[in-house]
Design a protein around this ligand. Structure first.
Ligand SMILES: Nc1ncnc2c1ncn2[C@@H]1O[C@H](COP(=O)(O)OP(=O)(O)OP(=O)(O)O)[C@@H](O)[C@H]1O
Length: 312
């Protein structure tokens, strides 16, 4: 395991923020810690990246023990937080050069790395402009590029796409995927966006009130909840009546002329459903399958919708 943490605890005064959590992250994978505002995600990242010390718990990162060898941990990791390290008065190129100097890269090597990163992150045209003039997406890309100057094996991304428009978010997702696929980097990502975890993560852990309430792949988590159903639409009330009589467990909506039938949406159950409708000689006008998504998972696990959901 590239990251392994056991029994991680942290409290601020009376407020228990992490209440004994265990995490394992395999090399060259994306791990996502998912949770609403204030769940303790940033605190976990700050502990794993040596910025604050835990009250209890064992952590090893890239072979280094956090307590006895924090310098070893620091040399293996990169962090881009919610508060960017980008200096708005400097140009993109100057920001990268400054980072190369801080990492004690020889001057020539610093220039080479800077040029390569500007190219890779599509910032060549903007390289000579002050970072304050960059869009949100460009700033995040520059921030991530600055993290890469030190060639880290493990990167912590704390809510990397919060506040970005959908296009910039998708661009950043692509960059993150390439880091894992091409460079073999291990990514520890925190997010409030279920879709982001679903898109990027090999494994997801759901954090709620300082405890992990579930861990697994996106598919494993989705299997934890029922919530799947097939929605059948009809052209007239008579067909709806007949179908509702045949499919007893269905929930009907007379205004929309629809029936919702619980089910996993698999081919076998769909066929059985259509056979049943055939038997009573009604044909639906349309059919949609709803498989549970991570929003359903969060709700099933915590009894509350996510912020994303409740803000809608
Ligand atoms: N230094 C601190 N002193 C006191 N309380 C703190 C401190 N740092 C964090 N907290 C509290 O710990 C809780 C968890 O904060 P944390 O920033 O880890 O959550 P988060 O999941 O990252 O949320 P967000 O999505 O808002 O960043 C919050 O209630 C916060 O107010």
């Amino acid at each position: 395991m590239t990251i392994s943490a056991t029994g991680l605890r942290k409290r601020f005064g009376d407020h228990v923020v992490l209440d004994g959590i265990d995490l394992d992250v395999a090399e060259s994978t994306v791990f996502s810690l998912l949770g609403p505002n204030g769940a303790g995600k940033t605190t976990a990242v700050q502990i794993l990246s040596t910025l604050i010390t835990p009250d209890a718990g064992e952590v090893r990162i890239a072979g280094h023990d956090l307590r006895t060898d924090p310098d070893g941990v620091r040399s293996a990791i990169g962090v881009t937080g919610q508060f960017s390290a980008v200096d708005g008065l400097l140009t993109g190129e100057e920001n990268l050069r400054l980072m190369a100097d801080l990492r004690h890269l020889p001057r020539r090597e610093g220039r080479r790395v800077t040029a390569a990163l500007l190219e890779r992150f599509d910032l060549v045209d903007a390289a000579g402009k002050p970072a304050a003039t960059y869009s949100g997406g460009m700033r995040r890309r520059l921030d991530l590029a600055m993290t890469l100057v030190g060639d880290p094996r493990v990167i912590f991304l704390d809510e990397p796409t919060t506040g970005l428009d959908p296009r910039s978010r998708h661009d950043l997702w692509q960059v993150i995927r390439e880091l894992v696929e091409d460079d073999g980097v291990t990514i520890f990502l925190t997010t409030q966006y279920l879709e982001e975890a679903d898109q990027l993560a090999d494994r997801i852990a759901v954090l709620d009130h300082g405890r992990l309430v579930a861990q697994g792949t996106a598919d494993e988590l989705k299997r934890l909840v029922p919530g799947g159903h097939v929605s059948l639409r009809f052209t007239d009330v008579r067909s709806l009546d007949v179908a509702a009589g045949a499919l007893r467990a269905a929930h009907r909506d007379d205004d929309a002329l629809t029936l919702q039938v619980p089910g996993d949406g698999g081919v076998r159950s769909l066929r059985a459903l259509l056979d049943e409708l055939d038997r009573v000689a009604v044909e639906p006008d349309g059919l949609t399958v709803h498989t549970p998504d991570l929003d359903d998972v969060f709700f099933a696990l915590t009894g509350r919708p996510t912020l994303e959901e409740s803000a809608r």
